[in-house]
Design a protein around this ligand. Structure first.
Ligand code: SAH
Length: 239
């Protein structure tokens, strides 16, 4: 069983979105979730978890000692320990795959202005960002990360094969999708996809995936071009 522990000031926010649909059906079968209340590890009688930032400024900062106590109470069983923070390494599917193939994760959710730097160093937390946006807390970010991991666990996804053709595995974004009806407000499903010709379908999808990546994600396109040319963008030379 893949084991997730989440340290949060709002344990009632879990399982949240993960309690429904695919992840929800697999909860307790393919994976387990332990939402721990950071506040239970406060040391004073007011159960204080935060204080003013050293050096002044707005907001509050999660105390290093309280968070360390919350982490230590869970023991160290070798699971990667992650901190959700906009200062972290941007999350990518390759890291999700690694995490999903391991024993599980321990995730710390920040709140307020963030977490005292010293506990990050002292407990070796891996800092992870879900994108260049600022959330009010790490809980939604933790659920995003867990959702991405859980769907990859053995037996969770109906069509196991679908894992490989998806966005970012190539590194390309996926082709667009179509279904019924064939005509919608004057727009048709691309004929290649209803031709019954598997080769034509595959060719159309491949091309659509390349076109979308080039148009929407110059960062991924550059990686893709480098991966097939060994770093030289031949396209520039021929255009
Ligand atoms: N003052 C901080 C923002 C704190 S937001 C700054 O400017 O960097 C409060 C908490 O929300 C953070 O501690 C973190 O746990 C979570 N959070 C906010 N944005 C996030 C992001 N992009 N990725 C992961 N976690 C995020």
């Amino acid at each position: 069983m893949w084991r997730a522990a989440v340290l949060t000031l709002y344990p009632a926010m879990f399982p949240g979105v993960l309690g429904h649909a695919l992840a929800g059906r697999a909860l307790g079968r393919a994976w387990s979730l332990d939402a721990r209340d950071i506040r239970a590890h406060a040391i004073d009688r007011h159960a204080t978890v935060d204080d003013a930032p050293a050096g002044g400024g707005p907001g509050m900062v999660l105390r290093a000692d309280v968070l360390a106590a919350a982490l230590d109470a869970g023991g160290d069983d070798g699971r990667p320990r992650l901190l959700m923070t906009p200062r972290g390494t941007p999350l990518a599917q390759a890291r999700i795959r690694e995490l999903a193939s391991g024993p599980g994760v321990v995730i710390v959710c920040g709140r307020f202005e963030g977490v005292d730097e010293r506990v990050i160093e002292a407990r070796g937390l891996e800092e992870v960002s879900v994108g260049d946006v600022v959330l009010s807390g790490g809980e939604a970010a933790a659920q995003l990360l867990l959702d991405a991991c859980v769907r990859l666990l053995p037996g969770v996804m109906g069509h196991e094969a679908s894992g490989d053709s998806e966005s970012f595995e190539a590194p390309l974004i996926e082709h667009p999708h179509y279904t019924k009806p064939r005509e919608f407000e004057g727009r048709s499903v691309p004929p290649e996809l209803v031709s019954g010709d598997h080769k034509a379908t595959a060719r159309w999808r491949r091309l659509a995936s390349l076109q979308a990546t080039r148009a929407r994600r110059p960062d991924l396109w550059a990686k893709y071009v480098a991966s097939i040319t060994g770093g030289v963008d031949k396209r520039r030379e021929t255009e």
